[in-house]
Design a protein around this ligand. Structure first.
Ligand SMILES: C[S@@+](CC[C@H](N)C(=O)[O-])C[C@H]1O[C@@H](n2cnc3c(N)ncnc32)[C@H](O)[C@@H]1O
Length: 350
């Protein structure tokens, strides 16, 4: 199959691979209507995290800093950021729409500040915006800064400065503590009816056998952090383990594996389903797909992250072999036990 530029499109060469490259070069190689689910965490266009994401510059961003020289992420407000994010995500979403099967879902993590731009881009590219998921957490470093540093620089005496500081005590720059990430839930137009679409393409419905919290109907609020009894009962997914991201993982924005697993199980019907993550980073979506026995295609433009993703996938493979071996040893032991019991019984009766 060839795309409009005459380039050959073959999915088989990309299945279960993490591809190093820019989406603009890689996505056109994916066949039309061939992907079951797109689950991704794109650049949020905050500070240095735009579509020119570079491992070295992103690594130097301080999470939280009290000095003015190095502002924390999301602090530098630029009206153009949102427009640039929209234009870029609109182009990207049009291409994602092409590769997704009719009725297939597209889940995209986003930021509270630029969600409206990202969701509009997805909407305008042709998708039906079905919902907005919320990934809830309580532990996050507030980024608001005190004004004392600026007051110290004012041209007035110490007494005035101290009075001002007292009057503005507790008043900080406008960054509330961020405790959620919105996730766009979009769907490609389905063919005729949901049932017809499901028969033909194996996608388009939600798997409500997938439970959340204490056996609850799947919801659009998810958390991987114990909050209180009531919240946990409704929204809690399994807690991430320390090992799951890998000690070697140098990515700044690793998403919880459990949320990726939840979304994959909620939306993919067939074991042959292909999950695409065009901004795979350290490979969380690919790891989740592999653990659940689904196929995946991961893309990232930074080789440092591709290497981490490959290592994480390799570890999953090792874990699988290990668990197969211990299962086998368990079975062999049971057989040996049964044999010795049989022989003991024979001796007694004989
Ligand atoms: C928010 S991170 C994804 C993190 C991922 N969810 C994880 O758990 O590790 C976004 C990724 O998009 C990649 N990226 C940015 N622009 C890209 C482009 N034009 N093409 C492909 N990848 C890109 C970055 O290198 C970065 O790793």
């Amino acid at each position: 199959m060839r795309n409009s530029k005459g380039e050959i499109q073959i999915n088989s060469e990309m299945i279960n691979k993490i591809i190093l490259g820019d989406i603009e070069g890689v996505l056109p190689k994916i066949e039309d209507n061939s992907i079951d689910l797109i689950l991704t965490d794109p650049p949020y266009f905050l500070d240095k995290m735009d579509n020119n994401w570079n491992y070295k510059t992103v690594s130097t961003i301080a999470d939280y800093c009290h000095t003015v020289k190095s502002l924390p992420p999301g602090m530098k407000f630029d009206k153009e950021q949102g427009k640039r994010a929209y234009e870029w995500y609109f182009r990207t979403s049009k291409e994602l729409y092409r590769v997704l099967k009719p009725g297939g879902f597209f889940f995209s993590f986003s930021s509270p500040r630029l969600y409206h731009r990202m969701a509009s881009a997805v909407d305008d590219a042709g998708f039906l915006i079905r919902d907005c998921f919320v990934w809830l957490y309580t532990q996050n470093q507030p980024k608001a800064m005190s004004l004392d540093h600026f007051i110290d620089k004012l041209d007035c005496d110490e007494k005035n400065k101290n009075e001002l500081k007292e009057r503005l005590s507790g008043w900080k720059t406008p960054q509330i503590k961020s405790c959620f990430e919105p996730i766009i839930m979009a769907q490609k137009e389905y063919e005729r009816t949901f049932l017809n679409n499901m028969f033909k393409h194996n996608v388009g419905l939600l798997n409500t056998n997938m439970k959340i919290g204490q056996d609850m109907f799947p919801s659009n609020v998810v958390t991987t952090q114990e909050i209180n009894e009531f919240m946990d009962k409704c929204f809690l997914l399994p807690k991430p383990s320390k090992e799951e991201r890998g000690e070697f993982n140098i990515h700044k924005t690793v998403k919880p594996l459990q949320i990726c697993e939840y979304i994959i199980q909620l939306t993919t019907f067939s074991d042959n389903a292909i999950v695409l993550d065009p901004f795979v980073g350290s490979g969380t979506t690919a790891v989740a797909a592999k653990k659940l026995g689904r196929k995946f295609i991961g893309i990232d433009v930074n080789h440092e992250y591709v290497e981490v993703a490959l290592k994480r996938l390799e570890n999953i493979e090792k874990e699988k072999v290990q668990s197969y071996k211990s299962q086998k040893t368990g079975k062999q032991l049971t057989l040996l036990e049964a044999k010795s019991k049989y022989l003991a019984g024979k001796e007694e009766s004989g």
